[in-house]
Design a protein around this ligand. Structure first.
Ligand SMILES: C[S@@+](CC[C@H](N)C(=O)[O-])C[C@H]1O[C@@H](n2cnc3c(N)ncnc32)[C@H](O)[C@@H]1O
Length: 299
């Protein structure tokens, strides 16, 4: 298939992720057919990890910013949906959070999880880390601590909380697998330009987030340039084989405003297609979704 012409990042374009650096393989990926909007991001993550679990049958989940964004809406809480997902393919969970009251919520979520189901031990470990994720990650990734071949790391920051050094540490972590830890990285495209102007007095924040000498220059960039460069960095600087940015909309209409992007960086050849499938099916109605999941889980 020939390389498509570079498209603009027009907000009304339903594909929207026509990034210029896609390789031939990515051009061949299925297109996004439905909108995922901000309320449903956790459903997307859950659905992807369900499909991921069907392939791997095991796995480790690291959630760097794991407290609920809206504590009164548990159905939108990714960590909860992932822990409650069945079959319980994922075995090890590392949940990090800075706000004390949300750490308590994570501790209660952990306590609520059953140890056994249908007479069988689930054999899962759930660790909650209080404090700054940029520090906790060093404990999680101490040498030899994670040996799982399938590791997914969710970096669902609000804007600038996740340091680039952290993203790099995750990408560089060596374990007994040829692939890097998979990352799902939040980029605040719709408010990043506004946030840059608000952060001129607190420059350390942007400097740590961007983690490169040109950070002052980057603060003058448009959101689409930041998006393009961030995906490029995942690919070229961190060496991920597949990098794709998924738009998360303001509401269910593909023509509505894009609120932010989730950048998926992975070395697994099957993973981009699984994520696209998850994106297109995450919002199937509950009954249909359960049938779909049962069908796959039974295989
Ligand atoms: C966008 S929310 C995460 C939403 C969550 N993934 C969900 O599904 O609802 C970001 C979370 O990160 C927490 N946070 C902010 N800075 C942090 C840091 N440096 N380390 C760990 N957590 C942090 C916030 O308290 C907040 O709970």
């Amino acid at each position: 298939m020939g390389r498509k012409r570079k498209k603009s990042l027009d907000q009304s374009d339903p594909v929207l992720i026509e990034l210029p650096l896609r390789d031939e393989e990515e051009v061949a990926l299925p297109q996004l057919k439905r909108a995922i909007w901000t309320e449903n991001k956790a459903q997307l993550i859950r659905r992807y990890l369900f499909l991921f679990g069907l392939v791997t049958r095991h796995g480790t989940y690291i959630d760097g910013f794991a407290g609920p964004q809206q504590p009164d809406k548990p159905a939108m809480w990714a960590a909860k949906l992932v822990l409650e997902m069945r079959p319980a393919f994922l075995r090890h969970f590392h949940l990090c959070e800075k706000a004390k009251y949300k750490v308590k919520m994570l501790e209660s979520l952990k306590r609520e999880q059953p140890e056994r189901e249908k007479g069988k031990k689930l054999g899962r470990t759930i660790d909650v880390y209080a404090g700054d994720f940029n520090k906790s990650i060093r404990r999680i990734l101490r040498a030899g601590a994670i040996n799982d071949s399938a590791v997914f790391c969710l970096l669902d920051q609000r804007t600038f909380e996740c340091h680039w050094a952290t993203v790099k540490l995750i990408a560089d972590y060596k374990r007994g697998a040829p692939t890097k830890i998979e990352q799902f990285y939040f980029l605040a495209t719709s408010w990043i330009e506004r946030s840059f102007s608000g952060f001129t007095r607190n420059k350390q924040v942007v400097s740590g987030w961007w983690g490169r000498a040109d950070w002052l220059e980057v603060m003058k960039w448009s959101w689409n340039r930041v998006l393009e460069e961030t995906t490029l960095r995942f690919r070229q600087e961190l060496g991920y084989k597949h990098v794709r940015a998924y738009p998360i909309y303001a509401d269910k209409d593909l023509g509505s405003r894009v609120m932010y992007h989730m950048i998926h960086a992975t070395d697994h050849d099957a993973a981009p297609e699984l994520m696209t499938r998850a994106y297109n099916t995450a919002l199937k109605t509950k009954g249909v979704q359960m049938q779909f999941e049962n069908l796959f889980a039974a295989e």
